[in-house]
Ligand binder design. Structure first.
Ligand SMILES: C[S@@+](CC[C@H](N)C(=O)[O-])C[C@H]1O[C@@H](n2cnc3c(N)ncnc32)[C@H](O)[C@@H]1O
Length: 238
């Protein structure tokens, strides 16, 4: 195809458009940070303060995805079902595939819970520092570490609850569950969102998730319908 020379006016307009787009991205982040600082001050919530700090310190974190209303809805569902099923007192909770530590923050932020410590493990080395920033309000009781959940010594971790809301992201749920000491209490979430490329192990239904996990004792099972997919949750014992 013949490349036609662009006029100086065209080139200048393009340069301006690119510069404006760059400036808008910066302005957007600054605006979001100012807004979150205001929300944090108004609500006096350490979690909102943590979100503001993440915006300021980790501009590349995919926060809009991790803290969108569907992600938050699934985690609030987990929090409420956990409180109703097992109560709110835990010595040590271990979260696998913990990502930016949002579920940990939501649990710490809820006065119904009394939690000694939450340890969050994720195989992605870029997420631990974001999770630590988000949970700075509870920094003595929170730690985020980089690890493959298949390579941990669960007996040594001494958790009284193991949470994995990333079951759709791991290849073999039963193989992972077999690493936990018998009698471990677990909260698991998966979904039927097959079209998302990072979901390598979705299940088509709640019954399929119950069968896949094969828990020894099932205390809670439920579905949460979202617009594009359904999320499934189990609480029980291995
Ligand atoms: C997209 S995130 C979380 C999704 C889930 N819906 C949630 O909000 O909890 C899935 C996380 O699982 C992590 N992950 C995947 N395989 C893992 C493994 N073998 N060990 C630890 N983390 C893993 C990924 O790095 C990612 O941060």
């Amino acid at each position: 195809m013949l490349a036609l020379p662009r006029s100086p006016a065209y080139n200048s307009a393009m340069t301006n458009a690119i510069q404006t787009a760059r400036l808008s991205a910066t302005d957007w982040r600054e605006d979001a940070f100012d807004l979150m600082r205001g929300v944090a001050a108004y609500t006096a919530s350490p979690l909102m303060k943590g979100l503001a700090d993440v915006l300021a310190r980790h501009p590349d974190a995919d926060l809009g995805n991790a803290f969108n209303h569907k992600q938050v809805g699934c985690k609030m569902w987990a929090r409420d079902a956990l409180c109703e099923t097992l109560g709110g007192d835990f010595g040590r909770i271990v979260i696998l595939g913990g990502w930016y530590g949002i579920l940990a923050g939501i649990l710490f932020d809820d006065p119904r819970f009394s939690i000694g410590a939450i340890d969050s493990y994720d195989i992605d080395p870029s997420v631990a520092s974001v999770a630590e920033t988000l949970n700075r309000g509870w920094k003595e009781r929170f730690s985020a570490m980089t690890a493959d959940m298949y390579a941990l010594d669960y007996r040594a971790l001494g958790a009284d609850l193991v949470i994995n809301t990333s079951c759709e992201h791991i290849a073999d749920l039963r193989a992972w569950l077999s690493l936990l000491p018998e009698g471990s209490r677990v909260l698991l979430q998966s979904n039927d969102y097959f079209s998302e490329p990072t979901h390598i192990n979705c299940v088509p239904s709640l019954d399929a998730f119950v069968a896949q996990a094969g828990l020894a004792d099932l205390r809670f099972s439920g579905s949460l319908r979202m617009k594009k997919y359904t999320r499934f949750m189990l609480i029980g014992t291995v």
